[in-house]
Ligand binder design. Sequence first.
Ligand SMILES: Nc1ncnc2c1ncn2[C@@H]1O[C@H](COP(=O)(O)OP(=O)(O)OP(=O)(O)O)[C@@H](O)[C@H]1O
Ligand SMILES: Nc1ccn([C@@H]2O[C@H](COP(=O)(O)O)[C@@H](O)[C@H]2O)c(=O)n1
Length: 645
Amino acid sequence: MSFLDLPPLHRAAGLIRLPGSKSISNRTLLLAALAAGDTEIHDLLDSDDTRVMLASLRQLGIDIAPIGPDSYRVKGAGGVFPVKEASLFLGNAGTAFRPLTAALALAGGRYTLSGVPRMHERPIGDLVDGLRQIGAAVDYLENPGYPPLTLQPAAIRLDRPIRVRGDVSSQFLTALLMALPLSGQAAVIEMSTELISKPYIEITLNLMARFGVKVERQGWERFSISAGQRYRSPGTIHVEGDASSASYFLAAGAIGGGPVRVEGVGRDSIQGDVAFAAALEAMGARIEMGANWMEARSPAHGKLKAFDLDLNHIPDAAMTLAVAALFADGPCTLRNIASWRVKETDRIAAMAAELRKVGATVEEDADFIRVVPPASLTPSASIATYDDHRMAMCLSLAALGGVPVRILEPECVAKTFPDYFERYAEVTAPVIAIDGPSASGKGTVAARVATTLGYHMLDSGALYRLTALAARKAGVAWEDEAAVAAIAAALPAEFEGERILLSGEEVSEAIRSEEMGDGASKVAALPAVRAALLARQRAYRRWPGLVADGRDMGSVVFPWAECKVFLTASAEARAERRHKQLIAKGVPAKITPLLQDLRERDARDTARSVAPLQKCAEAELLDTSNLSIEQAVAAVLGCARERIH
Ligand SMILES: Nc1ncnc2c1ncn2[C@@H]1O[C@H](COP(=O)(O)OP(=O)(O)OP(=O)(O)O)[C@@H](O)[C@H]1O
Ligand SMILES: Nc1ccn([C@@H]2O[C@H](COP(=O)(O)O)[C@@H](O)[C@H]2O)c(=O)n1
């Protein structure tokens, strides 16, 4: 069985650009396919569930072409799927299965829809009942009330309101709403029970409106679509970041100090799960929010507060609260979450079982769960994930209790967030940032500290040197900001131990020349180049930790670094070191021009407008003019021991 061992984590701080929302991605794909005209969709989520939707729509004859990273052009079929007979396999993707069932029931073709075994245990009877009321020919292939299904052509009659239950899954209503405009007739849906997860219906109505179809809503009981409305492409759609995925990072910030900022969703979001931030705030976390971002920090004083909340409106993000409860100051109750029982797994039972493994006392019932946090978490629990992405992502937060945690079958996160664990490391792995002027010894000291601690290493100067060399090879002037930034953004560089490759060619020595040092300092002064390399540098932050050396590691790239050192030496000492280094390599050199060159580079690095070389207030100053390498290494290790748990 595959597993991932998370190290004990003590702190979370950093910034994450969220992947696209699953709910918006799959709804938008279907609406674009049904609309008249072409739709460009940008920032689409790339995950198992969206791949299932893309593959199904293509199988149904929809032309979908990639036009860039996470961007597609969908040629809308104007309400008529070109393929009239197909067998679709929809995995465990509820956001594909339910809406496609309804759309295909009205499509006048012969289709079968199936999924993985768990999909065949997830109820769909309420949707099928609704479709049968309007004459659709939908049949169960195995167990009544559950997939797989067959659909046949049928005459659709919308002369009476459709009565549908809304207390098992709001996706049934979403599916009907999105499909009914295909009939061209006026349609009315009446809820025969209370509707759960209402914010997901708001997403549906919002997106339908963007595609030109207006739904009249009377409370949450009755929905009317007037006759003759057709989907029309809005031209271009940008998918928001996923608010449910944001919950893991916000919770990490609330538990592990923070700040953790997520970019891609915020105050202007159409997703109900942004309300998760309010639940964290009720626990005492400090939350800030902008139009397109949210940020969480631990309470100013003391622990997170216990809660007793009705979480019917945010069933997915509520799972994250169940794990945050481990860090609260008392028992926490999550109410009105019966829908958890019919999700990817029985999430109430699964959550109770796994929280007990880390030491919590848990009470569960049909529609609630109560979590009594332990005094300290049980180390080395093996967390089962039930092929449920959210179980894996939520429970990863337990490691913030300073205990190692084993996540079994972690690849299940691919359903909605394929690189979740890499991103989680980017806000939780400790960082030692070493900045300073040229030849101060940063690289030498950083490498030894990294080896001693078993940490990863980032030589950020090498990225600027590689950019300068790549520009030179491409015949691009170092002053041409846009062109050099484009090169930096797509830098074909690889680090294989000591070897550095550019487009597959070894350039380890070539980038160390004085000429490339000079070129690096010129391209590094260009704001667009620095912006192009920022995310790449942050991606080096991995467990068990990172030592990063450069000029702006502590100030810009890793402002959240636990340990920051400003390593310097007098210009004369540095020129002498560089001289020795060059002579040892057999490169002829003279002290005076080297000293002159260092001073010029210092001046350029210090005076530039973006990310200038400077000591951050919180950095420890280490002047190595009169220190041996061993003494400098010992001093940095001392700082790391003091500041990193
Ligand atoms: N404390 C020290 N005492 C004497 N020599 C040192 C000391 N620290 C480093 N050196 C030597 O100084 C030279 C320059 O060090 P290093 O390349 O690590 O500096 P750097 O700050 O990373 O430079 P750059 O920014 O140009 O990459 C190396 O030969 C190294 O062995
Ligand atoms: N974080 C950084 C790292 C480097 N630079 C610039 O690149 C030049 C080369 O760096 P070395 O550490 O390899 O000497 C350096 O002179 C800086 O101008 C930077 O700006 N930021």
